[in-house]
Design a protein around this ligand. Structure first.
Ligand SMILES: *[C@@H]1O[C@H](CO)[C@@H](O)[C@H](O)[C@H]1NC(C)=O
Ligand SMILES: *[C@@H]1O[C@H](CO)[C@@H](O)[C@H](O)[C@H]1NC(C)=O
Length: 375
C-alpha cells in the first residue's frame, strides 16, 4: 500500500536525521547558556545572536543559525568558544550537561557571579579559558576532577581565597594562568607537568617552598610578580632544569641565594622592586644562557660583579652599589639597561647605563654608616 510505503520512508528519514541531530541535553545546555546572558549584551553581529533553536546546533549547513561559538563532533558539542562581544550575565550550571566538551573559552566578556561548581565535573575538558571576565568566589578543590585539563586560564577576574591544594593532582596541566585576581595564601604544591605558571598580580604570601616546586621538570616560565611573597629566594629555585624565564618582581623578598648550575636554560630573571639586601649575586654569571637580569630597586650594596658585563640587559638601578668594574666599558659589546640611582662615583655619562643620575652622596654615606670608600 502506498500510504504504508510513505510511512516507512518518513520513519527511515527521521531515524537518519536523528543520527545527526544534537542530543537533547546538549541543546538544553546551550539554551540555558544563552538565556542566562543579558539579551541587551547580545548584539546582532555576535555568535550568540545567531544561536536560533528553530534549527539544530550540530547539523550543518550553518548558513544563518549557529554561525559560530560552538563546534560539534557528531551529535555532541565538543567546543564552546564564544566571541569577545562583551556578553554579560552568569554562566549557567547546565553547561555541565555538555559532557563531551573539550574546550570552554568565554574569555574577554563580562560574565559575573561564581564559576558554577558543576563545570568541574566535565570529564573530557582539556581547555578552560575564563580569563578577562568578572567571575568571583573561590576556586573549589573539586577542580581536581578535571583529570584531562591541560590549559587553565582564569586570569583577570575577581577570584578570591587560596589556590586549592588539590591542584597538584591535575597531572595533564601544562599552562596555569590565574594572574590578576584577588588570590591570597601560599603557593600550593604545583602539578608536575606544568610548563607555564602565571600567578601575577594577586596577594599571594609566604615563602617559595620546596614542596610546591618539587619534581617540576618541565617548568619554563614562572610569573609571580606583584604579590606579597617574602623571605629569601632559595638557591634550588633557579636550578629547576627547564627554567627559562623568572619574574619575581614587586614582592617582599629580602634575600636571594644563587647556586652555580651544572646546566641551565635560564635566559631572563627579574627580581626588581623587592627588599633584597646583601651583595649582587655573582653566581648568576654562571648561567650560560642568561641574557637579561633585573635587580632594580632593592637594598643591594657593594661592588657590581665584573662577570655581569656578559649580559645583554642589566638593570641594577635603585640600589646602593659602589664600584663599577672596568669590564663594563672596555669591550665592544654594549649592554642595555640602567645602573642609575646607585652610589657609583665613576659612571660615565656617555653610557646609556648611566643616564639616570646617582644618589646624593649624603644618602650613600648614611647607607654605609659613613664608611664609604671612594670607588
Ligand atoms: C611589601 O612590598 C610592598 C611594595 O612592593 C610594600 O608596599 C608593602 O608594605 C610590603 N609589605 C611588607 C609586609 O613588608
Ligand atoms: C655560588 O655557587 C656555589 C656553588 O653552587 C656555592 O657553593 C656558593 O655558596 C655560591 N655563592 C654564593 C655567594 O651564594
Amino acid at each position: 500500500m502506498p500510504t504504508a510505503a510513505v510511512f516507512y520512508l518518513l520513519l527511515l528519514l527521521s531515524v537518519t536525521a536523528a543520527g545527526t541531530t544534537t542530543v537533547l541535553s546538549d541543546i538544553a545546555a546551550l539554551k540555558a547558556l544563552k538565556s542566562s546572558i543579558n539579551p541587551t549584551s547580545i548584539p546582532s553581529y555576535t555568535c550568540l545572536y545567531s544561536w536560533d533553536f528553530t534549527s539544530d546546533p550540530c547539523s550543518p549547513p550553518h548558513v544563518t543559525h549557529f554561525l559560530c561559538g560552538l563546534s560539534c563532533s557528531g551529535n555532541r558539542v565538543t567546543q564552546l568558544t564564544l566571541d569577545p562581544a562583551g556578553y554579560s550575565g552568569t554562566l549557567s550550571p547546565l553547561v555541565s550537561q555538555l559532557t563531551q566538551l573539550i574546550t570552554l573559552d568565554l574569555s574577554d566578556n563580562k560574565f559575573s557571579g561564581q564559576i558554577p561548581g558543576s563545570i568541574f565535573t566535565l570529564p573530557n575538558l582539556q581547555t578552560l579559558i575564563l580569563g578577562s571576565n568578572s567571575f568571583s568566589g573561590v576556586i573549589p578543590a573539586t577542580i581536581s576532577n578535571l583529570k584531562k585539563l591541560q590549559t587553565l586560564d582564569i586570569s583577570h577576574n575577581f577570584l578570591s581565597g587560596s589556590l586549592p591544594d588539590s591542584l597538584a593532582s591535575l597531572t595533564e596541566l601544562t599552562r596555569l594562568d590565574s594572574s590578576f585576581n584577588k588570590l591570597t595564601g601560599p603557593i600550593p604544591k604545583l602539578p608536575k607537568n606544568i610548563i607555564e605558571l602565571a600567578l601575577k598580580g594577586n596577594s599571594l604570601s609566604g615563602y617559595l617552598q620546596k614542596e610546591s616546586f618539587t619534581g617540576l621538570t618541565q617548568l619554563e616560565v614562572v610569573e609571580l610578580s606583584e604579590n606579597s611573597l617574602a623571605g629569601t629566594i632559595p638557591g634550588w629555585f633557579f636550578l629547576m632544569p627547564s627554567l627559562q624565564q623568572v619574574n619575581l618582581a614587586n614582592n617582599n623578598f629580602t634575600g636571594v641565594e644563587v647556586f652555580k648550575p651544572i646546566n641551565s636554560n635560564l635566559i631572563a630573571v627579574d627580581l626588581g622592586f623587592n627588599e633584597i639586601a646583601g651583595y649582587p649575586p655573582a653566581n648568576f654569571s654562571a648561567y650560560p644562557l642568561l641574557a637579561s637580569l633585573t635587580l632594580s630597586y632593592n637594598n643591594l650594596r657593594g661592588r657590581i660583579p665584573g662577570e655581569y658585563s656578559k649580559l645583554n640587559r642589566l638593570f641594577l638601578d635603585g640600589n646602593f652599589l659602589i664600584g663599577l668594574p672596568s669590564e663594563f666599558f672596555s669591550g665592544e659589546k654594549t649592554i642595555s639597561g640602567s645602573l642609575g640611582d646607585n652610589c657609583l662615583k665613576s659612571c660615565p655619562a656617555s653610557s646609556e647605563l648611566c643616564f639616570k643620575k646617582q644618589k646624593p652622596w649624603s644618602v650613600c654615606k648614611q647607607a654605609y654608616h659613613g664608611k664609604l670608600e671612594l670607588s
